[in-house]
Design a protein around this ligand. Structure first.
Ligand code: SF4
Ligand code: SF4
Length: 79
């Protein structure tokens, strides 16, 4: 098993998938602002940022893909 810096660490929700390894170097937190449905919450912004899906909001997603475009690190995918 390799342990390179490019290693992914995908956190899977119902249909949102977040590579939280990429979030660690994020500075803009664009996912949070981009989603007009308030589906993302970035935690640990001051130390090790990590985007999370607000559990009871996930079903509000309309799959518009504004978030996947807004995340310049391409950490987000939606099934
Ligand atoms: S999902 Fe993208 S924009 Fe959001 S914190 Fe992670 S890297 Fe940053
Ligand atoms: S696809 Fe649209 S509604 Fe769904 S999480 Fe992304 S920005 Fe929000």
């Amino acid at each position: 098993m390799s342990d390179t810096p490019e290693k992914t660490n995908i956190v899977n929700y119902k249909f949102h998938n977040i590579d939280t390894n990429k979030c660690k170097i994020c500075e803009g937190f664009f996912c949070e602002d981009a989603c007009f449905r308030g589906i993302y919450k970035v935690i640990n912004k001051e130390s090790e940022p990590k985007s999370t899906v607000v559990e009871d909001r996930e079903d509000h997603c309309v799959k518009c893909h504004i978030c996947t475009t807004a995340c310049k690190l391409r950490a987000l995918t939606i099934d």
